[in-house]
Design a protein around this ligand. Structure first.
Ligand SMILES: Nc1ncnc2c1ncn2[C@@H]1O[C@H](COP(=O)(O)OP(=O)(O)OP(=O)(O)O)[C@@H](O)[C@H]1O
Length: 360
């Protein structure tokens, strides 16, 4: 198996910079996800690794082998990169049986019949599709076709597996099962994997690390827990999970914590953070981190309950203290018109500005 190294990768389509200075070191056997909204450059980055599009500058290496270098120009053609690829559309050959779909990449590699049959059996066994070897794709369900597509990508034992939204054609329940199964298989094979998705819960569930992208740039690289608990900026806080953004002013910026004043006059202790030059800031806090408590105390606000929505596993409320409006979640129903809430300091991230929405 091998490390994948991207160094300052930049990809332009004419005047459009789709990916800018992307640098990631994916360790051997790691499952790394590129996550971000539509158009942020995830697929473009993945295709550049596969050699299906042309990077403009930077370096792509697998171990010591350079696949692309912008200077001096080196480009290894896709068929010589030895990479397993699975796309959202399964792209199986409809007129070939499952076994023949898998045989094709091996024939291209001039592998003999006996070894080919052995490899096909092994790959279909891995995805639990051995009994379906003689069926045609139209005789399989969507989930089964996706397993065959995965087996075809694994049949020549590539050191690197690239997956572009591979589960997005499956229904929600099947998709949840498939992601657990996919991760188990990837761990068993210890194959270095890059996974592209715009689905944050999928990314949190399957990844060793996540690279969050927006408008062609990587905004944060970290474990799912890092990304969720310690978002690097307000874009990440907004895109991963759901956050309230409370406007405030910096009262005191410390190294371990900060004190900020909200628009209703409440002073909150928060995690350390930076304000804009004039002291303005936003506090990002997740609705599920805010607790309803019995008594006032530090970091508490008395709020009125403006709206209530039952979401099945939780209740969600819009609450207000003067001009400060935010969402909270509870596992029980609040019946009083007003309650006291506690906002834990360690779950308050402070940023100088609110990022302009989750698009791009
Ligand atoms: N062949 C192309 N020619 C010109 N621009 C392109 C081309 N392919 C992609 N782009 C642009 O590059 C940017 C990144 O596109 P990319 O497909 O990588 O996004 P993505 O994050 O994978 O989005 P999605 O989740 O919708 O697939 C977008 O602005 C897109 O319009």
């Amino acid at each position: 198996m091998a490390d994948l190294i991207l160094e300052n990768l930049t990809i332009k389509y004419g005047a459009i910079t789709a990916v800018e200075n992307l640098s990631i070191h994916v360790a051997s056997g790691e499952f790394l996800t590129l996550l971000g909204p539509s158009g942020c450059g995830k697929s473009t980055s993945l295709f550049a690794v596969a050699g299906l599009n042309h990077a403009t500058s930077g370096i792509i290496r697998v171990g010591d082998k350079v696949l692309f270098n912008g200077d001096p120009r080196v480009t290894v053609p896709p068929e010589r990169r030895n990479i397993g690829l699975v796309f959202q559309s399964y792209a199986l050959w409809p007129h070939k049986t499952v076994a023949d779909n898998l045989a094709f990449p091996l024939i291209l590699r001039k592998m003999g019949r006996a070894e080919r049959d052995e490899r096909i059996r092994e790959a279909l066994g891995l995805v639990e599709m051995l009994p379906y070897a003689e069926r045609f794709p139209f005789e399989l369900s969507g989930g089964q076709q996706q397993r065959v597509a995965l087996a075809r990508a694994l049949v020549y034992r590539p050191p690197l597996l690239l997956l572009d939204e591979p589960l997005s054609n499956l229904d929600a329940k099947l998709r949840e099962r498939a992601r657990v199964w996919l991760r188990e298989l990837q761990e068993r094979l210890n194959v270095t994997t890059i996974y592209v998705t715009h689905d944050q819960s999928e990314a949190l569930a399957v990844s060793d690390r996540i690279a969050v992208m927006s408008m062609g740039r990587m905004r944060q690289l970290g474990s799912p827990r890092d990304i969720y608990e310690r978002p690097a900026d307000s874009f990440v806080a907004d895109f991963i999970g759901s956050s309230n953004f409370l406007d405030g002013m910096m009262v005191q910026a410390g190294t371990d914590s900060a004190t900020v004043r909200l628009a209703d006059g409440t002073e909150l202790t928060t995690a350390p953070g930076r304000a804009a030059a004039d002291g303005a800031l936003v506090v990002a806090v997740r609705p599920e981190r805010i607790a309803v408590v019995a008594q006032m105390g530090p970091n508490c606000l008395r709020v009125t309950v403006d709206q209530k929505v039952y979401l099945g596993s939780v209740w969600q409320y819009v609450v207000r203290s003067g001009p400060v409006e935010f969402r909270i979640q509870t596992t029980f129903e609040i019946t009083e018109p007003s309650v006291i809430v506690h906002i834990p300091a360690e779950h308050c991230a402070v940023f100088a500005e609110k990022f302009g929405g989750a698009s791009g």
